[in-house]
Write a protein that binds this ligand. Structure first.
Ligand code: PS7
Ligand code: MN
Ligand code: MN
Ligand code: MN
Ligand code: MN
Ligand code: MN
Length: 343
C-alpha cells in the first residue's frame, strides 16, 4: 500500500506517530496510509485503545485498582497532562506519554472525538465486567470479543462515514462492523492460547473446552493432544462463521486507503486461522504466518477480487485438512463450502 510520509510538525503529533510505530507492527503502516484527516483520527483512536488495553493486560495492578481505572479511562481524554507511569507492560510508553494523545485528541473534529469517547467508555466498562469472571459460555465469548474488538469495528466504521470517504451504510450497519472485530479477536485468542495461559489468562470459552478437558491448561500435555485439537478445531470453526459478514462489509468500501486498512488485518487473520487449524503447535509455541507470506498478503489485498481469491485459497486449505473423525467436521466443511461457492 501507498505510504503517506507527510511529517506532522507539532511535537505532540510527532510523538503520537512515534508511539504508533513503537506499539504496532501490523496497524502502523495501514493507519499512516489513510487519506486526509481520517489518518490522524484513527491514529489517536488506536493509541487511546492501546493505552486502555495496556491497563487491562497489566497483571501487576490489583483488581480493585484496575476496575475503576478501566471504567473511568475515557475521562482522561479530557484531562490535559494525564499520564500513568506505574505500568511495566510491554506498551507502557503510551500511558507514560499520554499527554500527547490528550493534546491531539482535543484537536480532532468533535464528531471524531465523540466516537472515540463512546468506544473508550463502553470498552472500559466491558473489560471491567470481565475482570472477575472468565469467559464461560459461547455467548459470553461473543460479548467479550464485542467489547474489546467489535466496538473497535463499530467505531472505525463511524469514523469512515463521518469523514465522508464512505457511504452511510458502512457506519450504520453495526452488525457487520462488529463481525470484523470478532473475526480478528477470536483468531487472536485462538492463536495466543499458550501465551495467555502461561500468563494466567484464559480466553477460550469454558462451554467449548469443557467438552474436551477438565482444565484449559491440560491441552499443553502431550497425552491430551487429540482432545486439544478437537477443541481447537471447534473454535476455528466458530470463528469461520464471521467470514460471510466480513466479505459483505469489505465489498461495500469505496475508498482505497480504507479498503486496505480493513482488508489487510482480515486476510492475515484468515491465514492465521488456516495455520492454526488442526495444528498441535498451537499448544507448544506461538504459531505465526511467515514474514514473506505476510508481506505477500499485504501487497495483494487491495481489491475485492484479490480478497475473494485469498479467502477461497485458505478455505480450500482448511477443507482439505478436516480430519474425518473431528466432532466439528461437518460444520467446518459447510462453512468452507460457503466461502468457496460465492464465486
Ligand atoms: C483503532 C485500528 C476495520 C471495521 C488496541 C482493528 C487488544 C485483535 O493479544 O495487540 O493483546 O497482543 O495484537 C485498533 C474492524 C484495541 C480490531 C484488540 C485498536 C476491525 C484494544 C482490533 C486496537 C476492528 C483491544 C489487536 C482488535 O491487538 O492483541 C485501531 C474494522 C486495540 C479492529 C484489543 C485487539 C487488536 C484486536 P494482544 P494485539
Ligand atoms: Mn499482539
Ligand atoms: Mn487485553
Ligand atoms: Mn493486549
Ligand atoms: Mn492476544
Ligand atoms: Mn499480547
Amino acid at each position: 500500500p501507498k505510504v503517506n510520509d507527510e511529517q506532522p510538525c507539532r511535537l505532540t503529533a510527532r510523538m503520537c506517530y512515534h508511539l504508533l510505530s513503537k506499539t504496532s507492527r501490523s496497524f502502523s503502516a495501514v493507519i499512516q496510509a489513510l487519506d486526509g484527516e481520517l489518518r490522524h483520527a484513527v491514529c489517536i483512536f488506536y493509541l487511546t485503545l492501546r493505552a486502555l488495553d495496556t491497563v487491562e493486560d497489566d497483571m501487576t495492578i490489583p483488581i480493585d485498582v484496575k476496575m475503576p481505572m478501566l471504567t473511568n479511562f475515557y475521562q482522561h481524554l479530557h484531562e490535559p497532562g494525564w499520564k500513568y507511569t506505574d505500568s511495566s507492560e510491554k506498551d507502557s510508553i503510551v500511558l507514560e506519554q499520554f499527554p500527547s494523545v490528550v493534546e491531539e485528541f482535543g484537536r480532532l473534529d468533535v464528531l471524531y472525538q465523540e466516537v472515540i469517547t463512546y468506544v473508550c467508555k463502553e470498552m472500559g466498562q466491558g473489560m471491567a465486567g470481565f475482570l472477575q469472571c472468565k469467559v464461560g459460555t459461547i455467548k459470553e465469548w461473543d460479548e467479550y470479543c464485542h467489547f474489546v474488538a467489535g466496538l473497535v469495528g463499530i467505531g472505525l466504521s463511524r469514523l469512515f462515514t463521518a469523514s465522508s470517504l464512505e457511504t452511510r451504510v458502512v457506519g450504520e450497519d453495526t452488525a457487520l462492523a462488529n463481525s470484523l472485530g470478532l473475526f480478528l479477536q477470536k483468531t487472536n485468542i485462538i492463536r495466543d492460547y499458550l501465551e495467555d495461559t502461561d500468563d494466567g489468562r484464559e480466553f477460550w470459552p469454558r462451554e467449548i473446552w469443557s467438552k474436551y478437558a477438565g482444565a484449559l491448561s491440560e491441552f499443553k500435555r502431550a497425552d491430551k493432544r487429540e482432545k486439544g485439537l478437537e477443541c481447537l478445531n471447534e473454535l476455528v470453526t466458530n470463528a469461520l462463521r464471521h467470514v460471510p459478514d466480513v466479505l459483505v462489509y469489505l465489498s461495500r468500501l469505496r475508498n482505497q486507503s480504507i479498503f486496505n486498512f480493513c482488508a489487510i488485518p482480515q486476510v492475515m487473520a484468515m491465514a492465521t486461522l488456516e495455520r492454526c487449524y488442526s495444528n498441535p503447535a498451537v499448544f507448544t509455541r506461538v504459531v505465526k504466518i511467515r514474514k514473506g507470506e505476510a508481506v505477500r498478503l499485504m501487497v495483494d489485498a487491495t481489491s475485492m477480487d484479490a480478497i475473494n481469491a485469498i479467502f477461497d485459497k485458505f478455505a480450500r486449505l482448511i477443507d482439505l485438512r478436516v480430519p474425518i473423525r473431528d466432532p466439528s467436521a461437518a460444520e467446518t466443511r459447510v462453512l468452507c463450502g460457503a466461502v468457496l461457492q460465492r464465486t
